[in-house]
Design a protein around this ligand. Structure first.
Ligand SMILES: [Zn+2]
Length: 85
């Protein structure tokens, strides 16, 4: 789990761009991301205490942004903008 406000997301964004993980929406805020090795991860995006929280079930340690989370959050932000919140 990491916060978009506090994690260093630049590296994860670059990883996500290089690997093009596939993102599928399960429901708004919950996404299934297929990683480079074919593994799938579940990513949840939500707000808590004013921060945008991203939760991924991969092995990346807490506070560090992972590429799955970033791939999911970019779709989440696009969907949220379309919904107007
Ligand atoms: Zn991850």
């Amino acid at each position: 789990m990491f916060s978009l406000e506090t994690a260093n997301i630049e590296r994860a964004i670059n990883n996500a761009k290089a690997l093009h993980p596939k993102v599928k929406m399960i429901e708004f805020g919950t996404y299934e991301v297929t990683g480079s090795t074919g593994n799938t991860y579940i990513v949840r995006c939500y707000r808590a205490a004013g921060e945008k929280i991203v939760e991924c079930n991969c092995a990346t340690r807490a506070g560090v942004a992972c590429k799955h989370g970033l791939a999911a959050v970019s779709l989440h932000i696009a969907l949220a903008a379309r919904r107007g919140h």
